[in-house]
Each structure stands twice: as C-alpha cells, then as structure tokens.
Design a protein around this ligand. Structure first.
Ligand SMILES: Cc1cc2nc3c(=O)[nH]c(=O)nc-3n(C[C@H](O)[C@H](O)[C@H](O)COP(=O)(O)O)c2cc1C
Ligand code: SF4
Length: 424
C-alpha cells in the first residue's frame, strides 16, 4: 500500500531537511509543474479527482480554475495554506507540517504557480509552536535553494511566502474569516459572492486550501493523475489521513486509501474498543459531523458515501462514543466549544449556541425537563444552513441532531431520573 503523504515522516525524529527531502524525491513535482503551463497544472489536478480535505470536499482543480488568469487579471494574487486546524478531534495537518514541512511548501509553490499567485501565506494555528519552528526553517531553506523568491528554478515565476500565526479562534479557519483576520480586521466571515477566488485578500484573487489538500499536489504532479486515482478505493482520488480518538485500544492517525471502510479503520488500525467497553457510535469527521452507528461501519470513508449514510467525511478524524460515557455529556462538551467559539456576528448563533449549551448542561446535571429537549430539537432547525451567516452553527447542530435521534432515550432518562445515569 502506498502512503505518499506520510512515507517520509519519521515520528519522534526531526523532519527531513531540504537535502533529505530532495534525496527522497522532493521538489520533483515542482520541477515537472514548472515545465507545464499553469492551466496544464490545473488540469492535472482536476484529472486526479483531488477533493479539498478541509471538510467540504470541493474539487481542488475546479476551484483553481475560477481564478482570473492572463495579463488582464487583477494583481497580486494570493495562495494561502490553511493550517488553522481547531476542529476538535482533528490533528492531521499538524502531523503533516511537523513531520514534513517541505511537502506543504512544495504543494503551495505548485498551487501558486497554477493560479499565477505571487504572494503566499501559511496561516498557522497559534498553538502549533513546533510546526512554526519547522516551517520557518523550511521556508528559509527553500528561499536559499531558489524554490522561493525571484525566478524560481529559472522559470521566470516569482513567489514570496509568509508564515502567519492565527489569533487563535476556531472561526479563523473559515476561509473568509481567515482573510479578514489576515487583513488585521475582526475575524468574521464575509458574505459570498464574491468568492475569494475572484475577490479575496485585499480584494484580490485568492485561493485558500487546506494543508492536507496541498500536500497531495506534489505527488500528483510527480506521478500523474492516473497513478493518483489508483491509490483510492472510490471515485475521490488519492489517500486520506484518517484518525481515531476516544476509548479505543490504539488511538492514532493512518494514511489509507480514500474510501477505506469505517470498520477497517476502527477495528484493524485503532484496535477496536478497550476491554470492557462497547462502541455506541462515532462522529466520523471532527466535531461538526453527525453520529453514525455501529451498524453503519461498512460505510466507505469518502465524501459521497458518508454523506449518503447521513453524515459528512469532514476532516476524516473519528471520535468514538463508548457505553460508559454519557452521550448528553459528550454532546455538551462539543456545544460548549462551539458556544465559546461563536464569532458573535449573527444573532441566531451568538444567542442560540450558548442557550443550547445551557440547556444541555441542565439536562446533564439532572435539572432539565422534557420541554428543554423539545427546545433543543427546535434549535437544530433554527440554527441550520441558511439561518445563520456561516457554517459554524449548522456544523454544531450536526452532532446534536443525530444524538437526539439516536440517543433520545438517554436524554429522557436524565429528565426522568433527574440525574446523570453515568454518574455514581
Ligand atoms: C467554522 C469553520 C472553521 C474551519 N476551519 C478550518 C480549518 O481549520 N482548516 C481548514 O482547512 N478548513 C477549515 N474550514 C473550511 C474552510 O472554510 C475552507 O473550506 C477550506 O480551508 C478550503 O480548503 P480545501 O478546499 O482544500 O478543503 C473551516 C470552516 C468553518 C465553517
Ligand atoms: S454562524 Fe456563528 S460563527 Fe458564523 S457568522 Fe454567525 S455568529 Fe459568527
């Protein structure tokens, strides 16, 4: 099984420096890209069926192709790597940048070439201090070797790269709030249209891509779209970093073919539940995805299949709920995070999420009522897509609505017994 994204990551050791990365085949994808035209690079990524790994699964080549090209295009254009990664349960991008920073830089340079951007930013989560040091060193090496700066490898293409630390809020990862934040403004989302591809950072064409998305790009250019599609078990190209956390035997992160089943990830890689525990369900792709149940474990973890099963692939990092953990407490924990991270820009989310957290907290402590459960159900539609300014609040509603559906008896038991049955 091929693992292009992680094969050069050596856990517990320093990442490859520039010489080591080059020796392992690094920057060959960039050399191939620079021999093609920008639109040919876009086409190669389209053919590869690379879908964005930031959560929504938008086809990467299609996204790039919307950027205005040619002499008349507004300038400068920007390419941004989103390394904000504050989604609870998600730690895949950190693994990639700490373990192999040059891989991200190479993907960024190729992406910038494809859209003819002259300025790029790594937008990094503030807490990722080690990643900061490693990226800073790698960017210095790339400048010194002529992979960044003026006339890259004699191609006539120029690119500057800046490392920017996020202010440390979840909303900064939402691409339009990220742009406001980079401009030094309050990090609130922007209305769309216009989309960032046309009017993004300082009103200029901008592409924001997830870290894992960009790390795939050098391998597509180096080995071709057919090879890349062949790595996957389904229509979405490539491999995927899948993670599992919760009370499993071996929590962790694995690079596997896109479309690997939940069962294989959960049983073969994470080792199943710890002794004495039973799995009641899981959220498949970070905190803002709906629960799936154990009878759905043969679902393939790709964008369309997980959606058909009633949830979303999201970040592909699974969080497991066991039978000794209170589902109300589990969801309360998530809603407290979302309430804290609401950016406060629109009223339904600013007022609604703290209310949801307050009701759940009362239920969990045994002082809730049947009426509270009814209000929670109402909130899942009141804070749904189209009712709030961005996807943060609807994302928060996903685990709540499915918990109310699948674990409804546990909610009513808290009301009936006026206590949390999981507490002694
Ligand atoms: C509240 C919120 C937080 C987000 N946080 C991140 C993040 O930390 N990293 C990320 O790549 N995308 C995040 N996204 C998705 C981005 O808006 C955007 O879709 C993504 O960076 C695009 O990259 P892709 O096309 O490569 O998937 C977030 C979205 C929302 C609504
Ligand atoms: S939904 Fe929440 S996070 Fe998004 S704009 Fe409204 S208040 Fe801000």
């Amino acid at each position: 099984m091929e693992t292009p994204l992680t094969k050069n990551i050596r856990p517990g050791e320093l990442p490859l420096d520039l010489a080591g990365y080059e020796k392992a085949g690094g920057y060959q994808g960039l050399r191939k890209a620079l021999a093609l035209s920008p639109t040919e690079v876009q086409e190669a990524v389209k053919q590869a069926n690379l879908r964005g790994r930031g959560g929504a699964g938008f086809p990467t080549g299609v996204k790039w192709s919307v950027v205005p090209m040619g002499d008349g295009a507004p300038r400068p254009k920007y390419l941004i790597a989103n390394v904000d990664e504050m989604e609870p349960g998600t730690f895949k991008d950190r693994y990639l940048v700490e373990g192999n920073p040059h891989q991200l830089l190479e993907g960024m340079i190729i992406a910038a070439y494809a859209i003819q951007a002259e300025i790029s930013y790594v937008f990094l989560r503030w807490a990722y201090k080690l990643a900061y040091q490693r990226l800073e060193k790698a960017i210095g090496e790339a400048y010194a070797a002529g992979y960044l700066g003026q006339n890259i490898l004699g191609s006539g293409f120029h690119l500057r790269m800046h490392l920017h630390t996020s202010a440390g809020r979840y909303i900064c990862g939402e691409e339009s709030a990220l742009l406001n934040s980079l401009e030094g403004k309050r990090a609130t989302p922007r209305s769309r249209p216009p989309f960032p591809q046309v009017s993004g950072l300082w009103g200029k064409p901008t592409i924001v891509n997830n870290t894992e998305t960009l790390c795939n790009v050098p391998h597509i250019l180096a080995n071709g779209a057919e090879w890349y599609k062949g790595l996957s078990k389904t229509n979405d190209g490539g491999t995927k970093l899948y993670g599992v956390s919760g009370k499993v035997k071996r929590p962790g992160l694995w690079e596997l073919p896109m479309g690997t089943t939940i069962r294989e990830i959960f049983e073969d890689h994470a080792g199943g539940m710890r002794e004495g525990l039973t799995c009641r369900g899981l959220i498949p792709g970070g905190a803002s995805t709906d629960f799936l149940l154990p009878d759905q474990f043969d679902v393939q973890m790709d964008f369309d299949t997980v959606q058909k099963a009633g949830s979303r692939l999201g970040t592909g990092t699974i969080v497991v709920l066991d039978d000794q953990t209170c589902p109300v407490g589990f969801v309360l924990n998530l809603q407290q995070f979302f309430a804290l991270e609401s950016c406060g820009w629109c009223t339904p989310c600013r007022e609604g999420l703290p209310w949801v957290a307050k009701l759940l907290s009362a239920l969990e402590q045994g002082s809730g009522s049947e009426g509270d459960i009814a209000i929670l159900k109402e909130q899942t539609s009141g804070l749904w897509l189209g009712k709030t300014f961005c996807a943060l609040a609807p994302g928060a509603m996903e685990p709540l609505q499915s918990a109310l559906k699948f674990f409804g008896d546990d909610f009513t038991r808290h009301v009936r017994e006026q206590r949390c049955p999981w507490r002694s």
